[in-house]
Design a protein around this ligand. Structure first.
Ligand code: ASP
Length: 323
């Protein structure tokens, strides 16, 4: 009987706890992230032998708390490079949990992949008594091999999350992510997918990766900062950032986008001075519902960190259009 050869699956390493090492196997928090190479991570899951062929590449080796736009651009370029090859079925990216939702959102926005791009992570280092990375990696491969899978998703503790909705919601437990009101895309159970809703679809993007990469020196990237509304807030941080030359501000507002009056006054002044301001909610669920007459635009359902990426891409697109 003829054996059908599977297409290539690309596994890109970027670091994180999934590649972390601790001196003591019972230590789940005192570890150093980003120590184990992508080849060794794959080799630690013998069950994957039947799911190849794989192409592996170490794109970065960092703790994702230190994620940068430079790494994002490099990562997105490698994703696009591999996805353009007809014999590549999809891409799996090993990544830290801390900024996973931002990377997922960035990649979905600039790559708009019609093949699967699956971010795999872990809440325990590779040296732990019970590491969760190997199962998450195996599940990521099951997702990427699934016929019809598309767009950027994350897998953690057997749950598939869309790049648009995923958010880290827990500091310690293995099931650390939520898709909020939207709910997960589905689950992976013993290598089988149980899908609940659509894969992330391509949407209008302010910038493609070709344009992002072509924008040159990182010093030219717009500075977009996040400020938070809270009891006793003042306008001091906003005023300092405006004086520093910030181009965009995302405010993590209370509830349905409400702002402390002192902070709001400073944000209006910033907006009047030409700074782009967007209002997101610091609540982990729900979205800011716009109220007529509000002077500050809402984030269209994005949480503050994703709204920051979106605003940065908008500003880049605007800068790019300028003669
Ligand atoms: N600090 C780690 C990282 O984001 C945390 C993790 O991966 O769970 O790289």
């Amino acid at each position: 009987m003829a054996v059908t050869k599977l297409q290539n699956l690309v596994i890109l390493g970027t670091g994180g706890t999934i590649a972390g090492q601790a001196a003591d196997p019972s230590d789940n928090i005192g570890y150093t992230a980003a120590q184990v190479g992508i080849g060794a991570l794959l080799a630690a899951v013998p069950a994957l032998d039947q799911d190849g062929p794989f192409i592996t590449e170490q794109v970065a080796q960092i703790d994702s708390k230190d994620m940068s736009f430079a790494v994002w651009v490099q990562l997105a370029e490698r994703v696009n490079h591999f996805l353009a090859q007809p014999d590549v079925q999809g891409v799996v990216i090993t990544h830290g949990t801390d900024t996973l939702e931002e990377t997922a959102y960035f990649l979905q926005a600039v790559c708009q992949p019609v093949k699967p791009v699956v971010l795999a992570c872990a809440m325990r280092p590779a040296t732990a008594l019970a590491p969760d990375g190997p199962q998450n990696l195996r599940d990521a491969v099951s997702v990427a091999r699934h016929p019809g899978a598309q767009g950027v998703v994350a897998i953690c503790a057997g749950t598939i999350h869309s790049a648009l909705d995923v958010q880290k919601v827990h500091t310690y437990r293995l099931d650390a992510f939520s898709s909020g009101d939207a709910g997960p895309v589905g689950y992976v159970e013993e290598g089988q997918l149980r899908l609940l809703r659509n894969w992330p679809q391509a949407q209008k993007s302010p910038l493609t990766i070709e344009k992002v990469a072509g924008l040159g020196a990182l010093a030219e990237w717009p500075q977009v900062e996040i400020v938070m509304s809270h009891a006793g807030a003042s306008g001091a941080v906003v005023q300092a950032l405006v004086a520093h030359g910030v181009q965009g501000l995302v405010v993590a507002a209370t509830g349905n986008g409400t702002l402390h009056s002192a902070l709001e006054a400073a944000l209006w002044a910033a907006q009047d001075a030409g700074v782009k301001v967007v209002r997101a909610s610091r609540c982990t669920e729900g979205r800011v519902l716009s109220v007529p007459g509000q002077r500050i635009a809402d984030s269209q359902g994005l949480n503050p960190v994703k709204a920051r990426v979106a605003l940065m891409l908008d500003l880049l697109a605007e800068n790019d259009e300028r003669p």
